[in-house]
Design a protein around this ligand. Structure first.
Ligand SMILES: [Zn+2]
Length: 421
């Protein structure tokens, strides 16, 4: 299928400004950027009065938690987990997780996301939702120590069954949940299994002060230093949160080329704090953005996350250039693609055709003095006109092409009546 995306203001390859350019797409990749002359398209999609840019990458989320939206709020992390989330999760069936994941996929498609990074359970079942949706995803089965190491075996089985499926849209990673839920032995075995397969390793790290302090008590080391001692840090490592990290931690993360997944909204809502992102960026760390699960956000809207990343650190540091707009946009897209090793890093030939068109139709997007600033500081998920993932249109002007949104919403509400009480 050859598609020409025509008439948009398109983000340049450097990600610094929007210029008038058509984009030709073939076999899931960007074939050329320019006027498109000579490209014999099977379909031309008109994107007049739109901006075209790499789709967002939601670098840390838990898809089925959409079910818990609004059902557990205004509590500290550990109380939130122990009194609300874990009891609700106990009631969840694999089928429930599948429907909740469909809802998450619909929400991400609507908000311009093409690729995401998930950690949860029932992955082997709800991954069907990702296949149906047309999205790209890195997924892992959360590994905790509990009754032995059988979770690692489950993760291996998941990898063997799904890694590389859907024409490479599905990647399976290894997800030891966190320092406080995994023994040393579990972490070491997970590391070895991930290394053997050259797979991503996704772990929660220094999210709350309590967790960070307990780790120091247990190991006389911060979580980052503990992971370093166990040989867990590499360019394939995805560290979610890193709110409490020290300067030494940041230096270690940078030296190993590990990636930080920043979730500003979730960290604020759970009262966990503010990650020292400007310091990480200065140290050269690849920082990507995620929404976290919908129970702690309470949506999967990357526009909100991006705007928060761009403004939060300015206010906190009393520095209006702490995270500039173009940096925030890269954190929401290219940096995530780099961390997950999937998706579109720039609008350039042979990059993945994971693209989002943003409408300039509404008052809040005008005038267009600087389109990039409008995207970061003015736009919202309601402005998404098109979501293309892997060269396929998943959403265009109000219409979902792969999912039955009314059915999904109805079923999710029915399940919530049973589970979220
Ligand atoms: Zn998380």
């Amino acid at each position: 299928m050859k598609i020409l995306l025509k008439g948009a203001l398109t983000l340049n390859a450097e990600g610094s400004s929007f210029v008038r350019a058509n984009v030709a797409v073939e076999n899931g990749k960007i074939a050329l950027v320019g006027d498109g002359a000579g490209f014999e398209a099977d379909e031309v999609i008109s994107l007049d009065n739109c901006l075209l840019m790499p789709a967002f990458v939601n670098a840390h989320t838990h898809l089925p938690m959409t079910l818990f939206r609004g059902a557990a709020d205004d509590m500290p992390l550990l109380t939130w987990l122990e009194t609300r989330i874990w009891p609700m999760e106990d009631k969840l069936s694999a089928k429930d997780a599948l429907i909740a994941a469909r809802l998450a996929c619909a929400e991400m498609i609507r908000s311009g996301v093409s690729a995401f990074n998930d950690m949860y359970f029932f992955t082997d079942t709800f991954i069907e939702a990702v296949c149906e949706s047309g999205l790209r995803g890195a997924l892992c089965r959360a590994i905790t120590s509990g009754d032995g190491d059988f979770r690692v075996d489950e993760a291996i089985a998941l990898y063997d069954r799904w890694h590389g499926a859907e024409n490479g849209r599905i990647a399976i990673s290894f997800g030891p949940h966190a320092e406080y839920t995994c023994s040393k032995e579990t972490l070491l075995r997970t590391r070895d299994e991930a290394n053997k397969r050259d797979a991503l390793l996704h772990i929660h790290c220094s999210e709350s002060q309590e967790e960070h302090a307990q780790c120091i008590e247990r190991h006389a080391k911060t979580p980052v230093a503990w992971f370093e001692e166990l040989g867990l840090l590499s360019e394939r490592t995805l560290l979610a949160h890193c709110v409490q990290v020290t300067d030494d931690d940041i230096a270690l993360i940078a030296a190993r080329g590990a990636n930080v997944l920043h979730n500003p909204q979730s960290n604020l809502k759970l009262g966990s704090g503010i990650a020292p992102v400007p310091k990480m960026l200065k140290a050269g760390v690849n920082v990507a953005l995620g929404t976290d699960g919908a129970a702690s956000n309470n949506n999967l809207d990357m526009f909100e996350e991006m705007r928060l990343a761009a403004t939060l650190h300015k206010g906190f540091m009393r520095d209006p250039v702490a995270v500039p707009a173009d940096t925030a946009l890269k954190m929401a897209s290219a940096n995530g693609a780099k961390a997950l090793r999937m998706g579109c890093k720039a609008i350039a030939e042979s990059e993945a055709a994971d693209l989002v068109a943003i409408s300039l139709e509404h008052p809040h997007m005008n005038p267009v003095n600087d389109a990039l600033k409008n995207v970061v500081y003015s736009a919202g998920m309601g402005d998404v006109a098109m979501n293309m993932t892997d060269g396929k249109v998943l959403y265009y002007k109000g219409e979902y092409k792969t999912l039955d949104i009314e059915k999904i919403k109805f079923e999710a509400n029915e399940i919530a009546k049973r589970v979220c009480v």
